[in-house]
Write a protein that binds this ligand. Structure first.
Ligand code: G6P
Length: 483
């Protein structure tokens, strides 16, 4: 049986609202549904979340819900006639005092009081993800005067970045704070924080999540130049998060596209070293917004992220607003499976020379060492409360599937993001202790994952339901009577 190890995150939107399309997405392999809080009302998000959970349950699937906070993206205000067209060499001004709904060919308002303070003559500003580029020529008390370097259309509310980063608004806006409460109410599994600058931004998000009574794992979106400027800041951000996202849209604009590939590899590597899950996002199948088939370059991009050993690859507009959402998920699933055949996806020399920090981590890593070196091992069973043990296991490259056995809904969904981890609902405390191993292996027999004669590794702790309590690794021979 071949399991796809790399997980698929797909953004929901108008193209994927109907129960029919959602069902097809889930059947095609959707593992994590992303709700983008930049668009839509709380009621719309709640309705989508409910549908995802209903349809997933109907098919016995575990699909996690990820809420993505809008964050402090700095945007221009509106034009009197919705859009303008700029040509190279044109002069254009950004003004903190110009009326917000009356932009024109010469000037547009902007809701960012520190704009003039934060920008210098010579800075390059990128509008609409870099489609229009300008250089600051001079400044006044409330305006930047620019010259257009790359022209194009500019319309209402387009985003603005500075090359090299540094337009710094605090990471959590009033809307984000309200959405953190909404996420708690919806019992979301993951919550993505947009534009965090450093660990402190994540700590604040964590505090607000706790105050709201939420338990979502926090995903730091790495999308500012400051966040990747040095290893200390990047690692601090990773440590303060439960998972990270390589958010290549804004990141690419700020650091330049040429730097992006190297940084993607570094973020994935560092996330895994810190035992965190990692999502690779943005434009992975962009052409599939309008085409039923990806380009070779897109195939290669997804495959390379798989080879970098990302936990998940993500779809944005392709599944939210595109014409071929189901085809996009199907194509992604196919490409992931293909790339996972490559030997670098299956063999690990990771952490061989390293000291481990925790007892459960040691058991998890010993499990992977055994699974990768003892050919008869067909599956790993991890009895888990929070999903931590299988998360650590899945940091190690392997072709052996890892099954998270847990009685908790939140853990069942959360594991949907981890590479090579699959969920089986299971409560060891409901059984006499001597029946647990047999019952667990029976679950895999029932699913056709193993057969008599195979080996299975099972991890657990002395008592049930203790987070961090894993201290035992058993090697079980399927078919023998197990205790
Ligand atoms: C299950 C097992 C326990 C183990 C725990 C680990 O509840 O029955 O024996 O201690 O998982 O959970 P964790 O969240 O640390 O992976």
């Amino acid at each position: 049986m071949t399991f796809r190890r790399t997980k698929i995150v797909a953004t929901l939107g108008p193209a994927s609202n109907s129960p029919e399309v959602l069902e097809q997405l889930i059947l095609a392999g959707l593992d994590v549904a992303r709700l983008n809080f930049s668009h839509g009302t709380p009621d719309e998000h709640k309705a989508r979340a409910r549908l995802v959970r209903e349809i997933a349950a109907k098919h016995g699937r575990f699909v996690a819900l990820l809420g993505d906070l809008q964050g402090p993206k700095i945007r221009i205000a509106k034009f009197a006639n919705k859009r303008i067209e700029l040509a190279e060499g044109d002069r254009f001004r950004f003004s903190v005092s110009h009326p917000r709904d009356a932009g024109n060919q010469e000037v547009v308002g902007i809701d960012y009081p520190d704009l003039v303070k934060d920008c210098r003559v010579g800075d390059e500003l990128l509008l609409d993800d870099g489609r229009v580029v300008m250089r600051v020529e001079s400044t006044t008390a409330d305006e930047l005067h620019c010259v257009v370097l790359i022209g194009g259309p500019l319309s209402d509310h387009k985003g603005i970045n500075r090359r090299g980063g540094g337009l710094t608004a605090p990471a959590l806006t009033a809307k984000d704070k309200a959405d953190i409460k909404l996420a708690a109410e919806m019992e979301l599994d993951y919550l993505a924080v947009s534009f965090p600058r450093d660990a402190a931004d994540m700590q604040l998000a964590r505090r607000l999540r706790d105050e709201a009574g939420g338990s979502a794992w926090l995903v730091a979106k790495i999308e500012r130049a400051e966040a990747v400027a040095d290893d200390e800041t990047l690692n601090g951000l990773i440590r303060a998060s439960d998972a990270v996202m390589v958010a290549r849209g804004d990141l690419g604009v700020e650091i330049g596209d040429a730097e992006l590939v190297g940084i993607q590899k570094k973020i994935i590597l560092h996330a895994r070293r810190h035992n965190k899950a990692v999502i690779t996002a943005t434009q992975m199948m962009e052409s599939m917004i309008h085409s039923p088939m990806p380009t070779r370059a897109e195939v290669s991009d997804v495959a390379n992220a798989v080879l970098d050993y990302t936990d998940a690859v993500m779809l944005s507009a392709e599944s939210a607003a595109g014409e071929y959402p189901v085809e996009a998920v199907t194509a992604m699933a196919r490409i992931c499976l293909g790339a996972e055949k490559h030997p670098t996806s299956q063999k690990s020399s990771h952490r061989l020379g390293q000291a481990f920090e925790r007892c459960d981590q040691s058991v998890a890593l010993a499990t992977m060492y055994t699974a990768n070196h003892f050919p008869g091992v067909k599956a790993i069973i991890s009895l888990t409360e929070s999903g931590y043990s299988p998360l650590v296991m899945s940091r190690i490259r392997s072709s052996v599937p890892i099954f998270a056995f847990s009685p908790h809904r939140a853990t069942q969904a959360r594991a949907a993001l981890f590479r090579g981890v699959y969920t089986v609902p299971f409560d060891p405390a409901a059984l006499p202790p001597e029946k647990v191993s047999q019952a667990a292996v029976d679950e895999l027999l029932k699913r056709g994952v193993v057969e008599p004669g195979d080996w299975v590794i099972l991890t657990k702790g002395d008592s049930y339901h203790t987070i961090g309590g894993t201290n035992t690794m058993k090697i079980l021979h399927v078919g023998d009577p197990l205790v």
